[in-house]
Design a protein around this ligand. Structure first.
Ligand SMILES: Nc1ncnc2c1ncn2[C@@H]1O[C@H](COP(=O)(O)OP(=O)(O)OP(=O)(O)O)[C@@H](O)[C@H]1O
Length: 174
């Protein structure tokens, strides 16, 4: 799903968006308390599962299904009220377009001068010992957004192999 353009949302004069963001937290908190107490055991279990993914910032895709009138919308309204009454503005509030994301050290490239070299070293360690192992190459890959980057990675990786480079041509039909 595409993300909305943050600027157009935050500076929006769109009444629907303004109404949507202008909710009364105490009222929603009351709605939440009432709905939460009314949840059936099944609804409550689903609610707790989804909310733990939200609170722990894990995210996820949940497919809630059931016959008509079994309470899916009610569950959704309870989840929505829980998030909106949370009060920390983590969801549903305006976004200034900036956020801080912690990237774990073990997947962070620390050498800003040679990004591709560092990436190759990280993904293909000890290549001189492993270059004849098919498993080694089946288990790893570097994804690149542009063909020219693919080309550069290929060239640099191939230079690491011992021996001369040989080009094999193939043909679909003769
Ligand atoms: N735990 C509950 N306590 C009280 N009322 C409930 C509860 N769950 C659902 N309801 C009520 O039951 C009715 C049907 O529920 P709801 O609209 O959520 O079902 P639905 O599964 O979304 O239905 P449909 O698939 O037809 O859209 C609604 O009036 C809703 O308020």
């Amino acid at each position: 799903m595409t993300y909305p353009n943050v600027e157009s949302v935050s500076s929006s004069s769109n009444r629907l968006i303004i109404d949507e963001l202008d909710y009364d937290i105490p009222v929603i908190k009351n709605d939440f308390d009432r709905m939460f107490l009314a949840l059936t055991n099944e609804q409550r279990n689903i609610f707790l599962n989804i909310m733990s993914a939200v609170k722990e910032n894990k995210g996820g895709v949940f497919f809630v299904y059931g016959y008509g009138g079994t309470g899916k919308t009610f569950l959704w309204k309870t989840i929505s009220a829980a998030i909106r009454s949370d009060g920390e503005g983590r969801l549903g509030g305006l976004n200034d377009g900036e956020t801080i994301i912690d990237i774990p050290d073990d997947i962070l490239i620390n050498d800003p001068d040679d990004l591709i070299g560092s990436l190759i070293k990280f993904v293909y360690p000890s290549i001189l010992e492993k270059y004849s192992s098919t498993d080694y190459f089946q288990e790893r890959a570097i994804l690149a957004p542009k063909n020219e980057v693919v080309q550069e990675i290929n060239d640099r990786l191939l230079k690491k192999f011992p021996g001369d480079e040989v080009e094999y041509l193939s043909s679909d039909s003769i």
